[in-house]
Design a protein around this ligand. Structure first.
Ligand code: THU
Length: 139
């Protein structure tokens, strides 16, 4: 992926993080999901007093896109850190979100885990979720 595109995607994840609803963990996560068409769906984590209904930022972004008929994705940028602070560490996607990625994305889908627009690493879905169970198993 082109460096400038990566930076733009991270900037959108940082913006989405500002909308996180995290009264329980205070851990604010933002994600920006790039479609193969070049559109971006952003997402934040949304917590719940019953804890279980909490939705991660990545899944918020995926579900927004899929619910609008979009199912072809190229990359996702993710930023997460304590609310009200600059992003200080890398927040890799949880296992549930990796499984949702495996539902809609191929092995070469790019996952960008960032602290700032300049400071990030990128791995493929295949690297983040090897030997996955997916739609092909049920085909
Ligand atoms: N969280 C995400 O949004 N994405 C992840 O991949 C890991 C965890 C959220 C869920 C919860 O609101 C908070 O971070 C602490 O776990």
């Amino acid at each position: 992926m082109e460096q400038n595109k990566i930076k733009q995607l991270i900037a959108k994840a940082l913006k989405a993080r500002e909308f996180s609803y995290v009264p329980y963990s205070h851990f604010a996560v933002g994600a920006a999901l790039l479609t193969k068409e070049g559109d971006v769906y952003s997402g934040c984590n949304i917590e719940n007093a019953a804890y279980g209904p909490t939705n991660c930022a990545e899944r918020t972004a995926f579900f927004k896109a899929v619910s609008e008929g979009v199912k072809e994705f190229a990359a996702i940028a993710i930023v997460g850190s304590l609310q009200g602070e600059e992003v200080s560490g890398y927040a890799a996607p949880c296992g549930v979100c990796r499984q949702v990625m495996a539902e809609f994305c191929g092995p070469d889908f790019d996952i960008i885990v960032a602290r700032t627009t300049e400071d990030y690493y990128m791995k493929s879905l295949k690297e983040m979720l090897p030997e996955s169970f997916g739609p092909a198993n049920l085909a």
